[in-house]
Design a protein around this ligand. Structure first.
Ligand SMILES: NC(=O)c1ccc[n+]([C@@H]2O[C@H](COP(=O)([O-])OP(=O)(O)OC[C@H]3O[C@@H](n4cnc5c(N)ncnc54)[C@H](OP(=O)(O)O)[C@@H]3O)[C@@H](O)[C@H]2O)c1
Length: 294
């Protein structure tokens, strides 16, 4: 799909009535725009995040766009595995099926390793471990949709194709943590995760996408000396969340991505796996992930 305009034209042909999407990190930016776009195509949306005020404002907008759908805000803290388990158990009690799980939760910080009470670095939790756990916990709902012959897709919005060398001796970066190694590990691990999950659950589509530079509040917690140039750069070269949402909606609905595992560019086009993406890395990261998320 070469352009936003082409994605928009395709999306105009899509009807998602009676389909449910869960958008985690849907209270802002790319997730929010994607939730609104999906609702405009008649989907029902569960939005998850920490900001309940932004969540309830969004739910009102979703209801305006699709009054026949059922929309809700659900709190979740993606830094905490315990909270993700609580969230998923409640979600499984409420729903029997899920057509799309979109994970867009993320944040930027210059801080070094910052462990949660569970001993996991916050950034690695939100950008990778929490995503892996949430997907695993919601697999029964995704499987149930696919068993009915319906679409069932997972879209991790982060940094496909941008991984680096795998630190086999220190996979959670206890000793090799810095901004570069963390960004590379969480990006690469998401690539490997969609590959592994697709082998285990072939009826579900697993995608990891790099959204490109999008004008959102993502940089809001950076120091001023970085926030100002980031804002100028965004004005010069960023795409809007609405444009990005057209691409997200395209990959969530196009037949091209109905099954399998996909690493996707900002245009929603397939990327080739990197040289670091080996069977050895996939197996090691999967084993490590399971031992860490319990
Ligand atoms: N914008 C870009 O240029 C760009 C480029 C490359 C990759 N990305 C990636 O795209 C994703 C979306 O970014 P964005 O630009 O849309 O950023 P954003 O506007 O800041 O949105 C981030 C979302 O993540 C949620 N979030 C943050 N921490 C969370 C936590 N602990 N638990 C649950 N939710 C949490 C926030 O919700 P609450 O505050 O309600 O928790 C918010 O909805 C991120 O993973 C980002 O790394 C963005």
């Amino acid at each position: 799909m070469p352009s936003f305009a082409a994605a928009r034209a395709y999306n105009a042909t899509v009807n998602l009535a009676n389909k449910r999407f869960l958008v985690v990190g849907g209270t802002s930016g790319i997730g929010q725009a994607t939730a609104l776009k999906l609702a405009s195509l008649h989907a029902s949306i569960s939005v998850a995040g920490r900001n309940a005020t932004a969540g309830s404002t969004l739910v009102a907008q979703l209801s305006d766009l699709n009054p026949k759908g059922h929309h809700e805000f659900l709190p979740i803290d993606m830094t905490l595995m315990k909270d993700i388990r609580r969230f998923a158990a409640a979600y499984r009690n409420t729903y029997t099926e899920l057509n799309g799980l979109v994970i867009s939760a993320g944040f930027m910080t210059m801080k070094g390793r910052t462990e949660t009470v569970e001993g996991i670095d916050q950034k690695m939790a939100v950008h990778y471990y929490g995503r892996a756990l949430l997907i695993k916990e919601l697999l029964p709902l995704l499987e149930a949709a696919s068993e009915k012959g319906e679409d069932s897709r997972v879209l991790s919005i982060f940094a496909a194709g941008l991984g680096g060398p795998i630190h086999f001796e220190d996979l959670d970066l206890k000793t090799t943590y810095n901004l570069k190694t963390t960004a590379e590990a969480t990006s690469g691990y998401n690539d490997l995760l969609v590959n592994e999950l697709s082998i285990r659950h072939p009826s579900i589509s697993f995608m990891h996408i790099a959204p490109g530079v999008i004008e959102t509040p993502l940089t809001k917690n950076l120091p001023l000396y970085l926030r100002v140039p980031a804002k100028i750069l965004a004005k010069l070269m960023a795409n809007s969340p609405d444009e990005c949402a057209e691409i997200m909606t395209y990959v969530l609905t196009s037949d091209q991505y109905k099954r399998g595992w996909w690493l996707l560019s900002d245009k929603g086009e397939p990327l080739k796996p990197q040289k670091y993406h080996t069977d050895e890395a996939r197996e090691a990261v999967w084993k490590h992930t399971n031992s860490l998320i319990g």
